[in-house]
Design a protein around this ligand. Sequence first.
Ligand code: PLP
Length: 396
Amino acid sequence: MAITPLMPVYPRCGVRPVRGEGCYLIGEQGERYLDFASGIAVNLLGHGHPKLVGAIAEQAATLMHVSNLYGSPQGEHFAQRLVDATFADTVFFTNSGAEAVECAIKTARRYHYADGHPERVKLITFKNAFHGRTLGTISATDQPKMRDGFEPLLPGFEVLPFGDLAAVEAAIDATTAGFLIEPIQGEGGLTPATPEFLQGLRRLADEHGLLVVLDEVQCGYARTGTFFAHEQYGIVPDIMAVAKGIGAGFPLGACLATEKAAKGMTIGTHGSTYGGNPLAMAVGEAVLDVVLEPGFLENVRTMGARLRQALEQMIPNHDHLFQEVRGMGLMLGLKLKTDSRAFVAHLRDNHGLLTVSAGDNVVRVLPPLIIEQSHIDEFIGKLSDAARSYAPEEQA
Ligand SMILES: *Cc1c(COP(=O)(O)O)cnc(C)c1O
């Protein structure tokens, strides 16, 4: 047997973490890494945060799981807090980002069905998008590496260039249900939508009776310095998928919607065995407690601005390697003039620095949201050393 017991679908690197401490990961041999990847924008409180660890221990000992056949005081309380803090009137809890997007897609279709337009099934989505790995969410993208061999996929998606409002307007027809978009594309290359584009989608949706469905799985939950990224664009969605940061490392996601958009989601239309169980809700509450503490979002904005400025100052010193800095808050991308995967490997293997590569040769810089100035200084110091010692030809 040549296949590994762990199904070999990931290109795993040599880092094998066994412990985490704040903004650091520790490997099997005791090696320390500065973690500016955060499990891909997940561990927003770093590793081993006492409030999160304490909440999990306490809830696990009290009540871990019950069926959604029963009333959920824990879910009602956490959902109310999310409703109070966002555009939404109602929340469905999931275990992952892809499931949150699936629920968003179902909610959008069901809205039009309940609204007397069962023909409105098609969501317009965008090139380089990433919405997850379920059959439904890969159907919403056009990337061969995710789709090949899995067809036939789910019909009802049309993929258009990210940012081309005229193309979107031209594509709207009697079967269009709405738009599904990441305000800042993560996997695709850390590419923020322009305000004109998102505001234009909102306007088109209002004019044509369509829904704006945001995928804030990566850019949401304080990552950009506001609770959700769309707040900085001056628009509100009808439906929004959330995950990653919401559980800060515990598998938790959510689909948020307005009362109007959720009008088709009646009893029996959707479900999940684990979704929103008491342990997940205790995690969600503990993370939200920290995120809503006075000064938390301000720290994200301050640290984000300093990190960005420090990165921008480095560019002229290494202009053979670095092209530009993109992103918002602590969701930053350093665009390289060369292969970002090789440079991410160099940072990791030779400088103890964890980052994540994205499409378009971008190095994603996604630190825990609790970083302090000392972490930025350490990061920038190591990144400069790495850039100075980097010879891409030798890596190849
Ligand atoms: C990570 C991600 C997903 C998928 O989340 P999973 O928890 O891996 O299912 C969906 N959309 C975006 C924008 C993401 O970054």
